[in-house]
Write a protein that binds this ligand. Sequence first.
Ligand code: NAP
Length: 295
Amino acid sequence: MVRKGDRFVVIGGGRVGTAVGYLLAQAGRSVAAVACRSEESLEKVREYLPYTYLTTDMVKAARKGNVLLLTTPDDLIADACVTLASAGVVKRGSYVVHMSGALGLDVLAAAEEAGAATASVHPLQTFADVRGAVRKIPGSVFAVTARDPRTGEWAEDLVRLLGGEPVRLEEENKVLYHLGAVLASNLLVALEHAAELLYQEIGMEGEKALKALLPLIEGTVSNLRRLGTERALTGPVARGDIGIIRRHLEKLEEEGREEHLHVYVALTRFALDLAEAHLSRSRSQEIAELLERYT
Ligand SMILES: NC(=O)c1ccc[n+]([C@@H]2O[C@H](COP(=O)([O-])OP(=O)(O)OC[C@H]3O[C@@H](n4cnc5c(N)ncnc54)[C@H](OP(=O)(O)O)[C@@H]3O)[C@@H](O)[C@H]2O)c1
C-alpha cells in the first residue's frame, strides 16, 4: 500500500509529471519536490504546485522523498536513474517508477541495484498539455508492470490514488502493448492526415478538410463505443461491395499514390477480418484475392 507518510518526488515536471504531482497533492499526499531542466518549466509547475520545492537539480530533488517518479522524456529515463543511483539518493526500500508505455523495467536497473523497488505505470491516454492531463488521468486505464507481486500491488494502489484503473502487464508484452497504443492513437491521427491530403487536393483547402472529416470521425468513435469493432465497421468491405473496392484500388494505382495504396490494402485486410462473419465465403475470398493483386 502507498503509505500516508510517503513523500513523492517528480523528476521531469512536464505534462504528465506536473499533472501527477498535482493529483497526488489534491489527494492529500506530500509532493516534496519537482525537478525540471529549465527555470521556465519550473515556473509552469509552480502554477500547479505552489508549495512544493522546485529545482533544476534532480539529485537535490530526489533527496526530499522516498517515491521517485521519473517523468522525463523516455530517452532520458535510464540516464536519470543512473545519475540518481550514483549520487546515492536512491535508498533501499524506496520506490522508483516511470510512466513510459514502451520501456520495460531494465531502464530502472540502477535503482534496483541500489535496493529500490521498481515499477512502471503507464496511462493509456494522450496528453497535449498539463490541464488535459489533470482532467484525463482520473478514469484512464494504466498498464502496471512491476518486478515482484508486492511492488505490483503497491503500484496498483498508486494508480487508484490518481483515480486510474490499473491493469497488470507483463514486462515482455510492453512493446506489443505500446504498438497497440500507437496504432490506436498516433497512427490514427496519421491516417486522418492521409484522408485530409486527398480532400485538400479536391478543393477543401487547409483546415476545411479536417473540419469536413471530423463529424465522420466522431460518429465512428461513437459507434465503436456503442457497438465494438465488428458492428462499428460500415462501408464497402462490410457490405461486400467488391466493385467499389476495385475502383478505389485502380484509382490509387493509376495515379501512382503508393503510400495510400499500401495503407488501403493493409487496412482493408483488417476490415475483411472484421466483416468475414457477415459475408459469404466466396465474397470474402474474392476480396482477399483482389487485395493480393495489389500487394
Ligand atoms: N504526453 C503523453 O501523452 C503521455 C502519455 C502517457 C505516458 N507518457 C509518458 O510520460 C513521461 C513524460 O512525458 P511528457 O509528455 O510529460 O513529457 P514532457 O512534457 O516533454 O516533459 C518532460 C519533462 O522532463 C524534464 N526533464 C528533461 N530532462 C530533465 C533532467 N535532466 N532533469 C530534470 N527534468 C528533466 C523536462 O524539463 P524541461 O521542460 O525543463 O526541459 C520536462 O519538464 C514519458 O515517459 C512519456 O512516455 C506521456
